[in-house]
Ligand binder design. Structure first.
Ligand code: TEU
Ligand code: CA
Length: 557
């Protein structure tokens, strides 16, 4: 495998609105990120993914962009953005931005012009179609609920929005639009950013002409996923984009790709793939049913392991996946993957250990490094996320009571991960002096960075050790490039694998049980590289893992 500059990086996702507020308006800002760069450096981060900070009505928290060339004043100014780019460079960190080009905001100038003259030049930037006998052009359902078509006032025309109606889909069949997008990408790359996380990109290819689908719920609609799965030719578009932009800049790109066709993995992330990497969502979407994500069932430890391993084996010899336990669209990893009632510092460290050493690029979502947990929301009025509000409606329509519907949508709500970062035990967890845009998790008094920095065996210090181990000279080669080999898969609630290097084999094991588990090692002769406890009980080749113990062991080859 040809080595690339990004292979050995540890990445960190910042959700700017909730990271750090410096001007006391309750909203995180670019200045707050600049102020915390030294903190990220200390943690060991060298690649930062910034969720959108472009001009936006924030209907979908910035994933609805009204000007790709401007910074939203709530986040700061272009001067501050330039400063952020310069300050990351100074610290030898790479900064990537979010590229949201499946859709833009309905407040974008392009869309405003399209509305004025749907048959004109800008009309062709979007999917604007005539209705069918007073109804929308087809029966797709948007990901955020309701029809994916919105009627344009005083006309029989509709525009397509696979997400919210404030996010009209851009027409990728139009070469003029594509050039506009490529121009914008190059403009940012020339400014000095290192690449992009590419939003919802699998959705850019549509099935045209639009046709109706067999309804999958009694609303008569069908998930937009149906059309996306049926569409052919997304890779041609993505390769064109790569050649026109990323390739020339040796940029790093990580795609938000769902449900790609198995045989296409190489075309996405292989040596000549259209992206550098893509997220592994195999385990994150496990348990989400056709009915909608409100109906999701918690993943068991064995399912979690099997999903991760399947992805590892699938990408073996092909390329680098990006591994996560959470992001801004999901519940907190520790609340999602650790069985209810078993969440503790120890189990949090165990989960961190087993996902972090998988082959690929580890991403940490803000707050994960201190073990932030889901939020005990007390009423639907505390929820801001449009997607959660939609699923709440779906659940009500399915016959659940308000109380039930609220309790089930909370489990997977995107707002679990979107509440402010817990910096300290002061007012609003040290995030802001004002009223935060989203409530702070009340557990911040006991769970915050300041306290964890002081406590030597905190989750934070453990993440530091994990990162240092992964990036340290001694084992980097094995932990980045070594083969992945599953082991002890016959044991329940154990997640274990080897990373096999030239002259060493590194064994990563986590016990997903509160009870101890016994394990027979291949050899007696090993070195303990990391342990989430003080001791490892052993007799010869036999080791006894305590409940939720995790260890990383090194064998010579
Ligand atoms: O998420 C895409 C998204 O919502 C997917 O889960 C979607 O359901 C999938 O493509 C269907 O298979 C991204 C962002 O991360 C999210 O925050 C935005 O709301 C969304 O795109 C729209 O930009
Ligand atoms: Ca602010």
């Amino acid at each position: 495998m040809n080595k690339k500059w990004w292979h050995d990086k540890v990445a960190y996702q910042i959700y700017p609105k909730s990271f750090k507020d410096t001007n006391d308006d309750g909203i995180g800002d670019i200045r707050g990120i600049i102020d915390k760069l030294d903190y990220l450096k200390e943690l060991g981060i060298d690649l930062i993914w910034l969720s959108p900070i472009y001009c936006s009505p924030l209907a979908d928290q910035g994933y609805d962009i009204s000007d790709y060339y401007k910074i939203d004043p709530r986040f700061g100014t272009m001067e501050e953005m330039d400063e952020l780019i310069a300050e990351t460079k100074k610290r030898e960190m790479k900064l990537i931005m979010d590229l949201v080009v499946n859709h833009c905001s309905d407040e974008h100038e392009w869309f405003q012009k399209a509305l004025k003259d749907p048959k004109g030049e800008y009309g062709d930037y979007f999917y604007i179609q005539e209705g069918k006998g007073g109804k929308s052009p087809n029966n797709l359902r948007s990901y955020f609920g309701g029809s994916a078509w919105e009627r344009i006032e005083d006309s029989d025309l509709y525009y397509l929005h696979l997400f919210h109606k404030k996010q009209p889909d851009l027409n990728w069949e139009n070469p003029v639009l594509r050039d506009k997008i490529y121009e914008m990408i190059n403009w940012w790359l020339e400014k000095g950013i290192a690449g992009f996380r590419i939003d919802a990109i699998i959705n850019i290819k549509k099935v045209i002409p639009f046709h109706d689908y067999e309804p999958d719920r009694d609303d008569g609609l069908t998930s937009s996923e149906k059309m996306v799965d049926e569409a052919e030719g997304v890779l041609e578009l993505l390769n064109e984009m790569k050649e026109a932009t990323f390739q020339k800049h040796d940029a790093f790109t990580v795609g938000e790709v769902f449900r790609e066709k198995k045989e296409d993995l190489e075309a996405f992330i292989g040596e000549r793939g259209c992206f550098s990497s893509m997220f592994d969502f195999n385990e994150t979407v496990f348990g989400i049913s056709e009915k909608g994500w409100y109906d999701y069932q918690q993943v068991t430890p064995d399912d979690y392991r099997d999903c991760c391993f399947a992805s590892q084996l699938r990408s073996d010899g092909i390329g680098f996946l990006s591994n996560i336990i959470e992001n801004h669209d999901e519940p907190r990893g520790v609340s999602h993957y650790i069985p209810k009632g078993e969440c503790s510092d120890k189990s949090k460290k165990m989960l961190a250990t087993v996902y972090f050493m998988l082959k690929g690029l580890p991403f940490i979502y803000q707050g994960q490094e201190i073990g932030m947990e889901n939020v005990p929301f007390s009423s639907i009025d505390e929820i801001n996320d449009i997607s959660t509000l939609d699923q709440y409606k779906v659940a009500l329509n399915q016959g659940f009571s308000e109380e039930e519907a609220f309790s089930i949508v909370c489990r997977y709500s995107r707002d679990n991960a979107r509440v402010p970062f817990q910096w300290d035990d002061g007012a609003n967890a040290g995030f802001t002096q004002a009223i935060p845009w989203l409530k702070v998790n009340p557990n911040y008094k006991e769970l915050n960075l300041k306290q964890q920095m002081e406590e030597e065996d905190s989750v934070f210090h453990y993440y530091k050790k994990l990162i240092a181990l992964r990036k340290g000279e001694a084992h980097r080669e094995t932990l980045v490039y070594g083969d992945f080999e599953p082991v002890y898969t016959e044991l329940k609630r154990v997640m274990a694998y080897y990373r096999v290097g030239e002259d060493e084999k590194i064994l990563i094991i986590g016990n997903f049980k509160t009870q101890p588990q016994e394990l027979m090692l291949e050899e007696e002769d090993y070195e303990v590289l990391l342990n989430n406890e003080q001791e490892l009980a052993s007799v010869g080749r036999k080791i006894l893992l305590n409940g939720y113990q995790a260890v990383i062991l090194r064998f010579k080859r």
